[in-house]
Design a protein around this ligand. Structure first.
Ligand SMILES: [Mg+2]
Length: 282
């Protein structure tokens, strides 16, 4: 008989990390349970590898993490994706790239921007900013801002212009296979990758590595860039935003949806403790 197992996929900003302090302390009790039961916790963030690597406590809860909005999956060297999935060995990881290289994205943004060089429009990415400017824009500490600048697959940028200018920018980038999504404060340009496709591949990897386990997936997120990942999961947890609102989410057929009562990591804690209590005690 198959044993039952849970895989947890989580967004970081305003989901597991507090939107102001970037702390996950309020999720402590749920994280302790996850560790106790050996439940894999997979980070799926818009953050870069350089930003996620120092999070050793969270990273120690699985052998894999997803960076830059699903653009790439970093697996421990001793953890292989299923046959047929290309993975490159890099800096001690196996890396599955689902998006596009950073140089291609920056080049596409710059050439699109040059179309409007005389007009009253601003397209400015992290590539064109100093770490200090990024810190001022995002509220990150200077060291964290420097790590946010170490990009491999996607480019956050500010855009100032009309809606029709934005549409033109999107079209110019889409012609080159690059999509634009809206984050909280910033727009993001990246290849045609998302957190949902990355989570699906991680799930296949666990099924391949542990065929004796029947895996159930849980995904937690608060924003539009989490939607594909939430849709993929058996249980979708919508984390309340600090202003009390919730992502307007259309569930997948048959999936269970939980909305947290509390915001950020406190809501994360509450939802995960409930799921573990229900799933692990029958
Ligand atoms: Mg978020």
């Amino acid at each position: 008989m198959l044993k039952a197992g849970i895989l947890i996929f989580t967004d970081l900003d305003a989901t597991l990390l507090d939107s102001d302090t970037y702390s996950f302390d309020a999720a402590g009790p749920a994280l302790a349970k996850i560790r106790e039961y050996g439940i894999p916790l997979i980070i799926a963030s818009s953050k870069t590898r350089a930003e996620i690597e120092p999070m050793t406590e969270l990273r120690s809860l699985s052998k894999v993490f997803i960076v830059e909005n699903g653009s790439a999956i970093f697996l421990d060297r001793d953890f292989s994706p299923p046959p047929g999935i290309q993975a490159e060995l890099k800096s001690g990881y196996r890396v599955v790239v689902l998006g596009r290289r950073y140089s291609e994205i920056v080049h596409a943004l710059h050439s699109a921007r040059s179309l409007w060089s005389l007009c009253n429009i601003t397209v400015k990415g992290f590539f064109d900013m100093t770490a200090e400017e990024i810190a001022a824009l995002t509220g990150l500490k200077p060291g964290s801002a420097a790590r946010a600048k170490e990009r491999e697959f996607s480019e956050p940028f500010i855009f100032k212009g009309s809606l029709s200018d934005l549409r033109s920018l999107r079209e110019a980038l889409e012609e080159k296979g690059i999509t634009v999504s809206e984050g909280g404060r910033l727009f993001h340009a990246q290849g045609n990758a998302d957190k949902g496709a990355a989570a699906r591949l991680v799930m296949e990897t666990y099924r391949y590595a542990y065929p004796e386990i029947s895996w159930k997936s849980v995904a937690l997120g608060d924003g539009p860039n989490d939607e594909e990942m939430l849709k993929f999961a058996d249980i979708a947890v919508i984390i309340r935003k600090p202003d009390g609102s919730l992502l307007d989410y259309a569930p997948s057929p048959l999936q269970r949806v939980i909305s947290s009562a509390a915001a950020g990591p406190a809501g994360w804690n509450e939802a995960i403790l409930r799921i573990i209590r229900e799933e692990c005690t029958g």
